[in-house]
Design a protein around this ligand. Structure first.
Ligand code: SF4
Length: 78
């Protein structure tokens, strides 16, 4: 993980101590066949959206939906 991704992850984790993410306990965010745009509305009202997006843009996680989209470069993902 890059230093930028580590810093973004730390900031996101700290914010999660004060705010509940919209995706908490929602297993759809980790399903491989879940279209990202079907969950975008949850992210757009999440108090952690900006920090989540910062982390995902830096780390480009291979799995899951982050800030309303998938960030890996695998073909066929939205
Ligand atoms: S913005 Fe990030 S933390 Fe918030 S609901 Fe979406 S994936 Fe979860």
């Amino acid at each position: 993980m890059t230093a930028r991704a580590e810093a973004a992850f730390t900031a996101l984790n700290q914010a999660m101590e004060r705010n509940t993410p919209g995706c908490q306990d929602d297993g759809r965010f980790i399903l491989d066949d879940q279209p990202a745009d079907s969950l975008e509305y949850i992210c757009h009202r999440c108090p952690l959206l900006a920090l989540c997006r910062d982390y995902a843009a830096a780390a480009r996680p291979a799995g899951g939906i982050w800030a309303g989209k998938r960030w890996s470069s695998r073909k066929g993902q939205s």
